[in-house]
Design a binder for this molecule. Structure first.
Ligand SMILES: Nc1ncnc2c1ncn2[C@@H]1O[C@H](COP(=O)(O)OP(=O)(O)O)[C@@H](O)[C@H]1O
Ligand code: SF4
Ligand SMILES: [Mg+2]
Length: 323
């Protein structure tokens, strides 16, 4: 067992439901995982499977329906006063679409300095301006960018500004919600490499959300795969790519093109058929069974628990047993 002090985030049996006209939408339904300090946990799954809701609930942006989230041992949803303020400095978020999350009426300098002012970082406007210049350099921009508006910047530059804004308050933990999904493929690797460098320099911990597995491998120490509100597989990045066990993970991985054409030729593609079912009042049993080629009678009756199949490798599937 890990010492409490080594853990940044501990999520236990987390539930986040939305009450809808037609029933209860179970966006996050009994999810448990932890993230060590300095680690990157990738969270992947198709669009609509609950990644954003999970991430936002973990960092206290949403109330929870059930379960618990501890950040460095403290219950995120019970923080008040000074402890709450400290948490809003320690934990920052980078969003998929900086265009929607960064205020278009403010200059880049003001966007980045806003959090500094709130958390009393920098003695005054002059010192904060110097800090903004230093941050711009750290994220690969120039001081000229400080006086621009968001609409005058490219997609990649905007995401760099979003990163600078998150780092301006010197956080420990950053929830990155699909920070590269809206960017050109050529820019994606640059942003991922920037996040990796900043993590090394600052000892940051990341929850890195993505809808495909290709970039996640590069940045993550461990990866959690989510399907319809539940985790179906969780293991180290290398193990996940070498020995993917859950039929859903295997299908997701088979959708990534492999650069070597001979490997690509020999590979059997598992095509994900069918739509993601509705998360409103999901039926009992395995949530993947409507699309699973291995589904059996048991899969319709019992929800498979997330179980360790080899050291540190957890899988939720009746058809997978230990190696
Ligand atoms: N504020 C909300 N109110 C109602 N339903 C929501 C809300 N946010 C997300 N959902 C629903 O919860 C499910 C998970 O959404 P989301 O967490 O955004 O998934 P992802 O980030 O994996 O694409 C979806 O069915 C979505 O429609
Ligand atoms: S539990 Fe059954 S339906 Fe679910 S992934 Fe495993 S084999 Fe497929
Ligand atoms: Mg999302």
């Amino acid at each position: 067992m890990l010492e409490q002090s080594e853990l940044a985030l501990e999520v236990s049996h987390l539930k986040k439901y939305f009450r809808m006209k037609g029933g209860t939408l179970k966006a996050v339904d009994d999810v448990s995982f932890s993230i060590r300090r300095g680690e990157t946990l990738g969270l992947v799954g198709e669009s609509g499977c609950g990644k954003t809701t999970c991430g936002r609930t973990c960092v206290g942006l949403y109330d929870k329906t059930g379960g618990q989230v501890l950040y460095r041992g403290k219950d995120v949803h019970q923080l008040r006063g000074k402890a709450r303020k400290a948490f809003t400095k320690q934990v920052q978020t980078i969003f998929q679409d900086p265009y929607a999350s960064l205020d278009p009426r403010l200059r880049v300098e003001e966007i980045i300095a806003e959090g500094m002012r709130n958390h009393h970082i920098g003695a005054g406007p002059k010192e904060r301006r110097e800090l903004v210049y230093a941050l711009l350099e750290q994220v690969g921009l120039r001081r000229e960018h400080a006086s621009r508006y968001i609409h005058e910047c490219s997609g990649g530059q905007r995401q760099r500004i979003g990163i600078a804004r998150a780092l301006a308050v010197d956080p420990e933990f950053v929830m990155c919600d699909e920070p590269i999904s809206a960017l050109d493929v050529s820019i994606q690797a640059q942003i991922v490499n920037l996040l990796i460098r900043l993590q090394k320099e600052r000892g940051l911990t990341y929850l890195f959300i993505a809808h495909d597995l290709s970039m996640v491998k590069h940045i993550s120490d461990r990866v959690a795969v989510m399907y319809l509100g539940t985790l179906v597989e969780l293991t180290s990045s290398s193990e996940l790519y070498a020995h993917p066990a859950h039929p859903y993970t295997r299908a997701l991985l088979s959708a990534i093109p492999i650069p070597n054409p001979r490997v690509e030729e020999q590979r059997r593609r598992t095509v994900l058929e069918g739509e993601v079912p509705s998360p409103i009042d999901p039926p009992p049993g395995c949530r993947f069974r409507s699309r699973c080629p291995y589904a059996s009678e048991r899969c319709a009756q019992e929800m498979p628990p997330l179980q360790e199949v080899s050291p540190g490798h957890l899988v939720a599937c009746h058809a997978v047993s230990g190696r």
